[in-house]
Write a protein that binds this ligand. Sequence first.
Ligand code: AMP
Ligand code: ZN
Length: 307
Amino acid sequence: MKCKRCKAPAAVALPSHNTAFCPGCYLDFFSRQVAKGIKDGAGCGFGKEPLFTQENRILVAVSGGKDSLALMLELSLQGYNVTGLHIDLAIGESSRKAREVVERFCALHSLSLRIVDMAAEGLPIPLVKEKLRRPICSACGKIKRHYFNRVALEEGYDVLATGHNLDDEIARLFSNVLRWDHTYLGEQGPLLRAENGFARKVKPLWRLSEFETANYAFLRGIDHHSMPCPFSKGASFNIHKKVWSDLEEAMPGRKLNFYLEFLERGRSHFAPACQKAEEALGPCRRCGYPTSSEVCGVCRIKEALAE
Ligand code: AMP
Ligand code: ZN
């Protein structure tokens, strides 16, 4: 097979775009998709507004996985002002490795990095798991999002970026549709604007699949952390991803189309549910960050650990 652009031998075939590229042209393709995702990520259904601009200070949440590292590298190569934020979850060997990978990556590319250590914050995840006696993934997610938001706001960043890719977005959309969760459907997308107590949040890789990001990370020689989290066995998201990978194989391009059409035609129907959920939010009595009850989930976890 030959590269569609320069006719050199192709290294990556992309059935969903009906094309194939050599390594150099593939990296160009990836950059253009990220740039397009930034330029019109919010365009769909909202009116045009870029996710962020060259003037913004961007905090990139880097887990050590290939998606967030690929995102951080690509944004820095495109000239954006990026700082990494790593949450050390204190899950033994897995967290030690992840942190090491992120530190090495940032040193290698001369990128600044901010680390928040959950053990030092009194919230080491294994202890949280032991105390809560229920599946840890949702609590861990809540804790991570709390610190993403907090660091972005307290340290004056304009926007918080995560490495979520098209497959992540599709799996989430599918799961929200299966439950007809109006509130989540109304706010799902590559951009969440800043508002009362929430930092602006963006997902610049929303047009790119996991496969496409993995190829980018490979071609750029990104050394990443691939050890799965020891606590996340059997997440239902993996089942959704499998359904979608079968659909995509049978109908190349379906994933991106489904997501784009949701943004353009579906999402606005759920906006009223979001409005209601927002109105029900007030500041947490302990930390001041928005919550729908008196004390937020993270402060309640802290209290349970202190008992
Ligand atoms: P996940 O929910 O693990 O698929 O991660 C989704 C995104 O959240 C990643 O691409 C990162 O941007 C961010 N993220 C997840 N875990 C961490 C972490 N421990 N520290 C910083 N960012 C993270
Ligand atoms: Zn709180």
